[in-house]
Design a protein around this ligand. Structure first.
Ligand code: URP
Ligand code: ZN
Ligand code: ZN
Ligand code: ZN
Length: 467
């Protein structure tokens, strides 16, 4: 049996901050003990990791990534190999990615295809949601089997007509079926039909620069769709509803009202909505294309509302929606017409650091950092216990984090397979030092020791935040 002791650190979980040593046996956390008591406990180990002056935290759980996703006429530039490696470098040890059902295709075929893409490639553990883009009777009929295989969440799109979009009837049917099968429904809440009118008008009038991406996707149409999704979920009997990439203050109000009414409604936001604004979209030339994602970056005030909602638990999760496209070849597809810019931002590597910077700035507490980045996403998607905490019996997904290290985020030193950083030049306090994935050291004192294929598929239980 391989035994590792991590000693001398401050163990921070969503529930506690304790000066504790951690004993790892093979892939699991075996025991915790008061700092310095390893000898008294009779612990022996082949390896000791000195975490003096460091935080010892659970590996991050990023519940929203799109590795090598076909989208907008191209494919997201991070493969499962490069994207999970970059995630690990940034202290994330589990990603939940999305298998995409094709129009005319089946969820089963989508899941099989995504298993094939990821198998043997991932440096850390991974799991899948399923994007349902063709809500047929056959597709709904497959939902139960998928839930049984640990794919317990299904994303429906109210945006992107003609591509991933589902109308209200289809969304209602999916919600009804989820209610029966115990699944969670995730929604991309934007009124895509209305947005397409605004986009068409903008392009026809020659408003084709990246900034019009934001202007044609108003906050009101995010709030309206959020309200509608909540109403449909209620009509369906109330399966857990998770609204992805929330960016608008008005949408947060809809979530808060639903939660005040006791509904099982949850929301996620992403670092880009917390740290960036629509000013990035208005950068001169075509530079703004780097910041085209949906929902779009919003004016400054929305960020403050998102931070508040993270503190009050009206938003529960911060994930990245990592969906990178290279500026040089891929964002370029929309030069002269913003509607053709592939939607998505890179970010899987810097979520833990950016949120730690928010701790440094007093926006959230240290424990809330771990809650929104590790524990809550794990609970939301049926991973908690194994993932999202450091406790006896949990997977030994552990990060030794130096809160005093300073780093400058840059494409010159990041590990994501994309030619720009959305946070280029940003100085943050805090850096990952050592990362264990199921007991295996994948980053050791900022040296890569991981390997493609170490990560395994993790079947998930249903939502642990309800019932
Ligand atoms: O712009 C985004 N968010 N791209 C990824 C696909 C999605 O809608 O999550
Ligand atoms: Zn069924
Ligand atoms: Zn989306
Ligand atoms: Zn996404």
């Amino acid at each position: 049996m391989a035994r590792v002791v991590i000693r001398g650190g401050l163990l921070v979980t969503a529930a506690d901050e304790v000066e504790a040593d951690v004993l790892v046996e093979d892939e699991k956390v075996a025991a915790l003990a008061a700092r310095g008591s390893a000898a008294a406990e009779g612990w022996t180990a082949e390896r000791v990791i000195d975490a003096t002056g460091m935080y010892v935290i659970p590996g991050g759980v990023d519940a929203h990534t799109h590795m090598e996703m076909p989208f907008g006429g191209t494919v997201a530039s991070d493969s499962f190999a490069t994207g999970t490696r970059a995630a690990a470098w940034g202290g994330t040890t589990t990603v939940v990615d999305f298998a995409v059902q094709e129009r005319g295709g089946s969820p089963r075929a989508a899941l099989d295809a995504w298993h094939e893409k990821a198998a043997g490639q991932c440096a850390i553990d991974y799991s899948f949601h399923l994007i349902m883009s063709d809500v047929t009777a056959g597709a709904l009929g497959e939902m139960d089997a998928l839930v049984g295989e640990g794919v317990t969440s299904f994303k429906l799109f109210m945006a992107y007509p003609g591509a991933l979009y589902s109308d209200d009837g289809r969304i209602l049917r999916a919600l009804q079926h989820a209610e029966r099968s115990g699944a969670t429904v995730m929604v991309h809440a934007e009124n895509g039909i209305a947005i397409d009118v605004l986009v068409e008008q903008a392009v026809a009038e020659g408003r084709t620069a990246p900034r019009y991406h934001g202007e044609t996707r108003p906050a009101l149409l995010e709030a309206e769709a959020t309200h509608r999704a909540i109403a449909l979920a209620r009509v369906a009997g109330g399966p857990p509803l998770y609204v992805v990439h929330v960016s608008a203050e008005e949408a947060v109000r809809e979530l808060a009202a639903a939660r005040d009414a006791g509904l099982p409604v949850f929301g996620e936001t992403c670092p880009q909505y917390l740290f960036l604004s629509d000013e990035e979209l208005a950068r001169p030339g075509f530079e703004g294309a780097k910041y085209v994602c949906s929902t779009p970056l919003r004016p400054e005030g929305h960020g403050a509302a998102l931070w508040r909602a993270l503190r009050t638990d009206d938003l529960q999760v911060v994930s990245t929606d990592h969906c990178p496209f290279c500026f040089a070849e891929q964002k370029e597809l929309g030069r002269g017409d913003f509607s053709l810019i592939p939607n998505g931002l890179p970010g899987v590597e810097h979520r833990m650091d950016l949120l730690h910077q928010a701790v440094v700035e007093g926006r959230i507490s240290r424990r809330r950092w771990i809650e929104v980045a590790c524990a809550a996403p794990a609970r939301m998607f049926g991973l908690y216990g194994r993932k999202g905490t450091v406790a006896p019996g949990s997977d030994a997904d552990i990060v030794v984090y130096d809160p005093a290290a300073e780093q400058v985020i840059s494409a010159a030193n990041h590990h994501m397979n994309v030619d720009y950083s959305a946070y280029e030049g940003r100085r943050v306090m805090g850096q990952v030092v050592t990362v264990l994935s199921r007991g295996e050291t994948v980053v050791e004192r900022r040296r890569w020791t991981g390997r493609a294929g170490w990560g395994t598929f993790v079947p998930r239980a249903t939502c642990q935040l309800v019932g």
